[in-house]
Design a protein around this ligand. Structure first.
Ligand SMILES: NC(=O)c1ccc[n+]([C@@H]2O[C@H](COP(=O)([O-])OP(=O)(O)OC[C@H]3O[C@@H](n4cnc5c(N)ncnc54)[C@H](O)[C@@H]3O)[C@@H](O)[C@H]2O)c1
Length: 435
């Protein structure tokens, strides 16, 4: 395929070399004449293992050229890949001026182009950018989006230092768009890349780089805080973290990475607080660890505000224990939420067959009666009674009644804290906490 690559820095130069090696004819476009000269003399613009050979042979075989003549580059290509920089702006938002500038140039060029042209955004951009660029191109070129041209997003996952190897081994090739022809055309650029192609909504592909990089940053800072605690305790931090990552069941796994309600129970809050206190005694700053409980409290507050916004007073909890399949209410975030509501004079009803007030004992009982002293006044003995007595049903447990019964609820608001069932989401008066 013929491809024009706008921006020949780290991402663009690696794309030039790899696309050419995979049999495509590539035209690099940049405003920096030094970079153009480097490419045209067979040299890469950045240092990366294996890139010298790729650029050298690509230029020698006339598969790579570089120019600042964007009109001819667009006219002589089927696809334009945008790889220009999106640096941090003054307020911390990404500066999209380079992306906008090259989009205007591409629009100018496709004005007089008769064949379908695909614009693939490889730069990291915030959600909403593809739509903005599509409108801009349509306005300038007088062409129709998805008929004459299509804008898709195809984020780049490479890391500097291992960019060529990462290009060929990404976690997956992600293509966000709504035009099948354009998306498949972009996928065909990567037939030599050993990774599954994932087609997704535009917004997913736009958001993913922010979230990936924030997650990576969180992991670095978390590991460093743990490393500092280990160091102060004379524990080998590297050896210790190797044990942590060996647990691929609960630690390095999808578990605990599903948006839902706040965490609670007898272990997570207790041990997190104990670790923070230990760090405090060791005079170690742990802002990441300290932020976790704050985030959890904010999530409970979000649910409280959502319930309050219904302007209803009678709130029914389907489930109150900290998670399914247990009678443990210690540090249950649902108890915290119920308490918040009681403090603000809401009426509470609770249906939870796992919680038998006659059988609950020990610290579990102590916690329950300390937090909700007149719990027996709130307990109802059937789901039917819960629905009858409540204006809002708060779903906190998916195993207490069949979903079919919840689906039958009418004239009540359902607030789902756990994303119980996809069929429920289309119901009128359904509100999901974070979906
Ligand atoms: N560097 C990485 O490791 C990496 C990894 C994944 C994604 N990204 C993202 O990819 C994008 C590019 O990053 P980079 O590190 O390659 O940037 P870079 O600064 O190395 O390269 C950007 C290039 O764009 C050129 N440019 C600017 N305006 C132009 C214009 N109007 N026309 C043509 N060229 C123009 C610049 O001259 C420069 O050569 C960014 O959004 C970045 O966040 C970077």
């Amino acid at each position: 395929m013929n491809v024009s690559v706008f921006g020949i820095g780290y991402v663009g130069c690696v794309s030039l070399g790899c696309l050419a090696a995979d049999g495509h004819r590539v035209i690099g476009v940049d405003t920096n004449s030094e970079k153009l000269e480097l490419i045209n003399s067979g040299k890469p613009t950045v240092m990366e293992i294996g890139l010298d050979e790729l650029i050298y042979s690509g230029v020698a075989e006339k598969k790579i050229t570089a120019t600042d003549e964007y009109v001819s580059a667009v006219k002589n290509s089927d696809v334009s890949v945008i790889c220009v920089g999106t640096p941090s702006g003054i307020n911390g938002n990404l500066d999209l001026s380079h992306v906008i500038k090259v989009s205007q140039q591409i629009a100018e060029a496709i004005k007089s182009k008769s064949s379908f042209h695909v614009i693939s955004i490889r730069s990291s951009v915030p959600p909403g950018t593809v739509r903005k660029i599509e409108n801009l191109i349509a306005e300038i070129s007088n062409k129709v989006a998805d008929e004459d041209f299509s804008v898709i997003t195809n984020p780049e996952f490479l890391r500097e230092g291992s960019a060529v190897s990462d290009y060929y081994n990404p976690p997956f090739t992600l293509i966000g768009g709504n035009n099948k022809k354009a998306m498949e055309l972009i996928a065909s650029l990567y037939t030599e890349v050993k990774a599954k192609v994932e087609y997704t909504e535009i917004a997913n592909a736009e958001l993913i780089k922010f979230v990936n990089n924030s997650f990576h940053a969180l992991k670095v800072s978390f590991a460093n805080e743990i490393g500092n605690i280990c160091c102060a305790l004379n524990i080998d931090s590297r050896e210790f973290m190797e044990l942590i990552v060996k647990d691929t069941k609960l630690n390095i796994s999808p578990i605990y990475l599903k948006p839902g309600f706040a965490f609670g129970g007898s272990c997570l809050p207790k041990d997190l607080t104990a670790l923070e206190n230990l760090a405090g005694e060791l005079k170690i700053e742990t802002p990441v660890l300290s932020g976790i409980l704050k985030s959890n409290e904010a999530h409970i507050e979000k649910a409280f505000k959502l319930i309050k916004s219904t302007r209803k007073k009678n709130i029914g909890f389907l489930g109150i224990t900290f998670k399914e399949g247990t009678d443990d209410v210690r540090n249950s975030p649902y108890v915290t939420l119920a308490k918040k509501l009681l403090d603000k004079k809401f009426n509470i009803n609770i249906y939870d067959i796992n919680l038998d007030l006659g059988k609950v004992v020990g610290s579990n009982k102590d916690y329950l009666f300390k937090e909700l002293p007149i719990i027996s006044d709130y307990i109802v003995h059937s789901f039917k009674e819960l629905v009858k007595k409540s204006d809002v049903i708060v779903i906190a447990n998916s195993k207490l009644v069949p979903v079919a019964q919840i689906l039958k609820i009418q004239n009540k608001i359902i607030i789902d804290l756990i994303r119980i069932d996809e069929n429920l989401r289309t119901k009128e008066n359904y509100i999901g906490l974070s979906w």
